[in-house]
Ligand binder design. Structure first.
Ligand code: THG
Length: 261
């Protein structure tokens, strides 16, 4: 699967302090650890407390690139923060994320094409985040239509149906699995499907177990990407094992080791 390492995020205290003190080593260590753990992309999010978000994004991208060549996912709800990151990025890049109303998709898809970037699109629009299956799938189909209209390679489109915390509404996880299946069923070629996995267990006990169990069920339903804690070895192993069970990887007694290489 495609894994996006979540750790370079100003929501974490160590990264928040690193931004404030311009302490590159904390960020670079996280970049190296997540790369070694098998991250396909490294998410970079400045968080909410940085004094100058544009400056913080540029700095985080620059110091990360000094340490590793792993592609970066520039994570912000603000277009100008994303553009600041894109200005300094050197390698393959992903934009995280665009909202799913048609005009916003036009803007972000043009930007993605300019930078040959992958693009995460959220199933939310000006009316908010739909909590049911049908409206999420409807926005997902708008995203697919817009991508076709813009001549985007579907392999660069990642739809995120927005995973909510399990302890808030327990109907949501099953809805998400249904949304994944329907997106796969209704699109040809299909886009990638992703979520912010750690959202699922925020504020709960048993975070690792909750995340890993949802991940395996989600992979079975068609999700092929996650923004996740790649430093959680049990979680990464569960992802590898799920793909082996779905015959996306050949079984051998050393299948974990093989997948890691
Ligand atoms: N979709 C997309 N991008 C996203 C999200 C999403 N980016 C941000 C977020 N959601 C994904 N990243 C995280 C990172 C950390 C946590 C959750 C989501 C997290 N942190 C712990 C907590 O809050 O309990 C620990 C924080 C700490 O240790 O200080 O859970 O959904 N496209």
């Amino acid at each position: 699967m495609i894994s996006i390492g979540e750790r370079i995020n100003g929501m974490f205290t160590d990264v928040k302090n690193a931004i404030k003190n311009k302490d590159a080593t904390v960020v670079q260590e996280l970049a190296k650890q997540q790369t070694e753990a098998g991250a396909t992309y490294l998410d970079i999010n400045v968080g909410t407390e940085a004094a100058d978000q544009l400056d913080a994004m540029k700095w985080l991208v620059e110091v990360t690139q000094e340490a590793v060549k792993t592609p970066i996912a520039i994570d912000s709800q603000k277009l100008d923060v994303i553009k600041a990151g894109l200005e300094v990025v050197k390698n393959e890049v992903m934009i995280n994320s665009a909202q799913g109303d048609p005009e916003t998709l036009d803007t972000y898809m043009q930007l993605a094409k300019q930078h040959n970037a992958a693009l995460i699109c959220l199933t939310m629009n000006k009316e908010g985040i739909p909590q049911d299956v049908d409206n999420r799938v409807a926005i997902a189909m708008t995203i697919v239509e817009k991508a076709t209209e813009h001549g985007m390679d579907m392999d660069k489109i990642f739809i995120d149906p927005i995973l909510l915390t399990v302890n808030v509404d327990q109907k949501q996880p099953a809805y998400m699995l249904e949304v994944f299946s329907q997106i796969k069923l209704l699109s040809d070629p299909p886009p990638h499907i992703t979520v912010g996995l750690s959202n699922f267990s925020q504020g709960t006990k048993e975070k690792s177990l909750l995340n890993r169990t949802f991940l395996t069920m989600a992979i079975a339903a068609g999700m092929d990407t996650a923004l996740m804690d790649v430093l959680d070895t049990d979680l990464m192993d569960a992802a590898i094992c799920s793909e082996m069970i779905l015959n996306k990887q050949i079984y051998s007694d050393s299948f974990l080791k093989a997948a890691r290489q």
